[in-house]
Design a protein around this ligand. Sequence first.
Ligand SMILES: *Cc1c(COP(=O)(O)O)cnc(C)c1O
Length: 478
Amino acid sequence: MPHIAPGQPPEDPMTAPPPGTPPPLAGGPHGPEALRPLLDTVLDALRTGAEDRHGPLPAGGPDTQAARVRTALGDTGLLPAHGTGDHEALRTLVHTLAAGAADPAHPLCAAHLHCPPLAVAVAADLAASALNPSLDSWDQAPAASALEALLTRTLAAEFYDTPHADALVTTGGTEANQLAVLLARERHGPTLTVLHGANAHHSVPRAAWLLGLPPATEIPTPTGVLDPARLAEALATTPGPTLVTATAGTTDAGLIDPLTRISDLCDRYGADLHIDAAYGGLLALSPRHRDKLTGLGRAHSLTIDLHKLGWQPVAAGLLAVPDTALLTPLAHRADYLNATDDTEAGLPDLLGRSLRTTRRPDALKIATTLRALGRDGLTALIDRTIDTAHHLARLLDAHPGFELHAPPTISTVLFRPTHADDDHLATLRRTLLHQGRAVLGRTHADGRLWLKATLLNPHTTAGDLDTLISLLEGSTHR
Ligand SMILES: *Cc1c(COP(=O)(O)O)cnc(C)c1O
């Protein structure tokens, strides 16, 4: 029996297509007519799912959740002999996912650099799916490739003050860091040493491993940021070509390495510099906060994520470079996508813009967001989010029941209950997850474990922060 949620009409037999007709497509002039009623079902399921969840994530933990997914699918399962129909499948699965989501739009879902996407970006992403341009050749993406070229130059110019700054669209910081290490290897050969702070994202040493380079050298960062004196020592003792990777917005604490002093050292020792600004990069748009990134534009490459402080649905990353010529090592030929005569005849060659082949037009949602919000709108979101983090830090600092690690640099707040040891703190975090009451992260700093609130929701209010603190007070005294 196909499952029909209460209050939802079954498929209307009068408008159902004759048997044997393939399901409707999303594109073309009739695509929107086919999509509209399905979207009604999707939007209803998103709403009822979020209502049924009653919080930032579902209560009950992994086993309960897995059982709920199986129960929702019922005996029909995921690949029934006969389909249940579009509306039933959408209703069942979207409702199940929404009811079982860790929803970053909830103010108490604040563990990771996991942002609540803006409605405008999601709406644009629907169009990207419907049109399905693929950015590996111009004949699959005529306008989308032109838009992507404009977008990447526009954004790169926010970080680099050079005439030919450019960027590649990536699936995120991990892919951007891999590309940065790959481009450095192509400039310097396979003896390249990657030097990074212990505060660097794990994808940096992993990229060295993936690319067959000597194991990356980790420099301890007891203060949380890369210490120029230690970096100088490492540069002085590392033989051969070197790529230094610095971080502007560490994943664990939102700290920014001393970028100018690191750039100076790279210049002095002839090392290349990559800055992983996955988290902090968009501060460059904010007149109030861009000074924190001074030196950013001196890097050979930059990682930027717009699915963090950029409020895009996954995936939205960039690798920015000061000159488009730095990207030439990625040039590649495949006769069916960029035959030499096609390129000579003026068809844009897109294959060197990624290591992927088929590629989603993530540029559309990003470009739509930039245009809809403008510089002032985006800056207001960034500034507001950072203000909220500072407010939380002040509340915790003033509270005798909590210890604040440090005022936030971006929007990450590390804190711990005053009388909790590390085990108690780890248990408290898991208990809140299990109860579905709050999603907080954890990280080690100064040899101790801390709770981490990563604030990325521009709608979070002072009242929400009071709620979080009361919840933690209640949980620590129990
Ligand atoms: C999030 C993050 C990454 C990884 O980015 P993904 O988009 O998750 O691949 C890399 N570096 C830093 C500093 C990050 O915060």
